[in-house]
Design a protein around this ligand. Structure first.
Ligand SMILES: [Fe+2]
Ligand SMILES: [Fe+2]
Length: 158
């Protein structure tokens, strides 16, 4: 599920790039609405899955030579600022989705680019540094615990 969320997020970043390229007038409004909902709901939920479930398990299982602790600290600190940034962008995209026109298209384009470039990097680090260690070190019991915790996160927000 985590790997799948990352694949969806890469597509979301591509969609953000398409939206940014089309500003101010050539934007797919349905796409704006879809991406807005993804930024507002799916992204914080995924960050919560990682911070409350995946990362703690990894901290327990990773070996010192994996050098993972600092990477996880860094990724977790990015989550907080990405959630804020994402909700700001989601608001603007919702407006576009409803047929509105951005007050300042250049500024919005700049924000979108800043976000998707940064978030692509975030997913890339997770896919190349975190996921291989998770696949190597997490036990079947860990994975069960992870999945139970993710279910619980969904019940809380659903
Ligand atoms: Fe993350
Ligand atoms: Fe992630």
């Amino acid at each position: 599920m985590i790997a799948n969320a990352h694949a969806v997020q890469v597509q979301m970043c591509d969609a953000l790039e398409r939206i940014a390229d089309g500003l101010p007038d050539e934007v797919d409004r349905r796409l704006c609405a879809q991406v807005a909902s993804c930024l507002q709901f799916d992204l914080p939920l995924h960050h919560h899955d990682e911070e409350a479930a995946l990362f703690p398990l990894l901290r327990e299982r990773a070996l010192p030579e994996d050098g993972l602790a600092q990477i996880l600290d860094r990724l977790a600190s990015e989550h907080a600022s990405d959630n804020d940034f994402a909700s700001e962008i989601a608001e603007a995209l919702e407006l576009l989705g409803q047929g509105g026109r951005p007050d300042n298209p250049d500024m919005l384009g700049y924000m979108l680019r800043g976000f998707f470039e940064r978030y692509r990097r975030h997913v890339h680090w997770e896919n190349t540094l975190v996921m291989p260690i998770a696949r190597m070190r997490l036990t079947p019991e860990d994975l069960e615990q992870l999945s139970a915790r993710m279910d619980e996160n969904r019940r809380q927000t659903g």
